[in-house]
Write a new protein. Structure first.
Ligand code: FRU
Length: 506
């Protein structure tokens, strides 16, 4: 028996290698073009950064179980933001604690001094969460640390001077998002500090100075503030700063969600145009969404496609959780208010396979698109536009009788996603709900894009002004598609594309 063990281990290694290439990722509910780890628990995207032609996605990961546990940073890479390859774990817990969320930057000027032979280091800035101190209730168990990589994120060295930002006595003190503020030639850290954001700055990523805080009297406060982001977007010839603040719970459709503010930032203070919350996504399943660093003029956002309300219970095996598709951000003014828009990145077009387009479709009662849409997997993208908004619903269904309904309610001027009959919903009492979102656009014409994977739907309405992301767990793939309207609608343009899998090896 003793001799058989190494052979068994070898077999196991070979098998797991095969898995890593994606050959076997055929489980029920396995996302085909959204990143999910091959096995075990994932939450927030971390350290998203573009470097030398590769997008890096790190993520909160517990490699030993399908539920949240001592956090590591998992790692995946992509050349196109669509097809992701899981890599070896990047950061492991250590004597200072678990590795909580954070960001990564390319230190082009070698301000940190970690670069070697002209090679700019990748620097990860993350929260160390110390479970021992947490038990002792010191209130000082979270502090910020850094690590660097000189081989494009494959191996990391933690800085010997960690933590670089000790805890001043704030229980929730985490999720540093760092970016270079060129006008003052310094790094700015946007940190979630319980019920507000605190900004710090540094010349070298090692020594940090407190600059200011924002938010105690602004925005939604139904839960703790987490995973912030701060970046400028050019809008109508002016630089507008966007501050994203994730919040859990307290979202518009319960549980976790992302709010944002627009305003000015001078390297020290964030001054909002308004203290009212705006929501990044009205669905239940886009949390801890932040943007990639080092992507030039593009702002690319990705979130964790789950919700703390039920993330530990979702019926997937052997993994839990997936991310949203990558989305490109922009700004749009509607009646003097500036809103963020998010649309799927153009790179997603590589997934399109067979498609059909149709103009001027009159829907009165029900139109069955299934015969034209011919789709065995349920993976699709639907783009449609109409001149005059009226009530309608788009029904995704299957032979098992499950239905996922996406639509618009004219009287309420709301979009909605109803997953109450979408399949498996009993793993958590709040899961099987209908979610609503205001239509923010005041245009007459309406357009929407729906992106469906095996267990998720993402709705981008009015060029990304209203966004909803929901996961669902059908008993079999949602192969059928109907559009319904009691009052009647005219669809000007409709395009339907079957999407293919983006898993490596497929
Ligand atoms: C957000 C969050 C972060 C924290 C991490 C721990 O989902 O709670 O605030 O760093 O998850 O896994």
């Amino acid at each position: 028996m003793k001799k058989a063990l190494p052979i068994l281990l070898l077999f196991a290694a070979l098998l797991s290698n095969k898995s890593a290439s994606g050959q076997d990722m055929k489980e029920k509910y396995r996302p085909q073009f959204h990143f999910s780890p091959r096995s075990n628990w994932m939450n927030d995207p971390n350290g998203m950064v573009y470097s030398n032609g590769t997008y890096h996605l790190f993520f909160q990961y517990y490699p030993e179980d399908k539920v949240w546990g001592p956090m590591h940073w998992g790692h995946a890479t992509s050349k196109d933001l669509v097809s992701w390859t899981e890599q070896a774990i990047a950061l492991y817990p250590d004597s200072l604690g678990y590795i909580f969320s954070g960001s990564a930057v390319v230190d082009t000027e070698n301000t940190s001094g970690f670069g070697k032979n002209g090679k700019a280091p990748l620097i990860a800035i993350f929260t160390h969460h110390n479970p021992v101190l947490e038990k002792q209730k010191t209130g000082k168990h979270e502090y910020q640390s850094i690590a660097y990589s000189l081989d494009e994120g494959k191996t990391w060295t933690k800085y010997s001077g960690n933590p670089v930002l000790p805890n001043p006595g704030i229980t929730d003190f985490r999720d540093p998002k760092v970016s270079w503020y060129a006008p003052r030639k310094k790094w700015v850290m946007t940190l979630a500090t319980k019920d507000r954001i605190t900004f710090y700055s540094s010349p070298n990523l090692k020594e940090w100075t407190r600059e200011s805080e924002f938010g105690a009297d602004a925005g939604a406060h139904g839960g703790v503030w987490e995973c912030p982001d701060l970046f400028p977007i050019m809008h109508e010839g002016k630089e507008v700063w966007v501050l994203i603040v994730n919040i859990n719970p307290g979202g518009p459709n319960k549980g976790s969600a992302g709010q944002y503010f627009t305003g000015d930032f001078d390297g020290k203070n964030f001054t909002p145009y308004s203290k009212e919350t705006k929501w990044l996504d009205f669905g239940a399943d886009n949390y801890a969404a932040v943007t990639f660093s080092n992507t030039g003029n593009r702002r690319i956002l990705m979130g964790w496609m789950s919700n703390w309300q039920y993330a530990n219970q979702v019926p997937t095996h052997p993994w839990r959780s997936t991310n949203t598709v990558a989305r490109e951000l922009g700004l749009k003014t509607v009646e003097k208010e500036i809103y963020l828009t998010s649309v799927p990145v153009k790179e997603l077009a590589v997934l399109n396979t067979t498609s059909f387009s149709q103009k001027s479709i009159q829907v009165k009662g029900e139109t069955n698109l299934t015969p034209k849409a011919k789709n065995a997997t349920g993976l699709f993208r639907l783009d449609l536009s109409m001149g005059v908004p009226a009530d309608f619903s788009i029904v995704l269904s299957n032979k098992a009788g499950n239905e996922l309904v996406v639509g618009y309610d004219k009287a309420a001027n709301q979009y909605f996603i109803d997953r109450s009959k979408s399949g498996k919903i009993d793993f958590e009492k709040g899961f099987g709900q209908k979610h609503t979102a205001p239509r923010l656009s005041v245009d007459h014409s309406m357009d929407l894009t729906l992106i469906a994977d095996a267990a998720s739907v993402e709705l981008f309405a009015d060029k990304g002004l209203t966004v909803m992301t929901d996961i669902f767990f059908p008993d079999s793939p949602m192969t059928d598609l109907h559009i319904k309207s009691v009052s009647g609608i005219k669809i000007e343009n409709l395009k339907y594309s079957v999407l293919k899998s983006a898993l490596p090896g497929k």
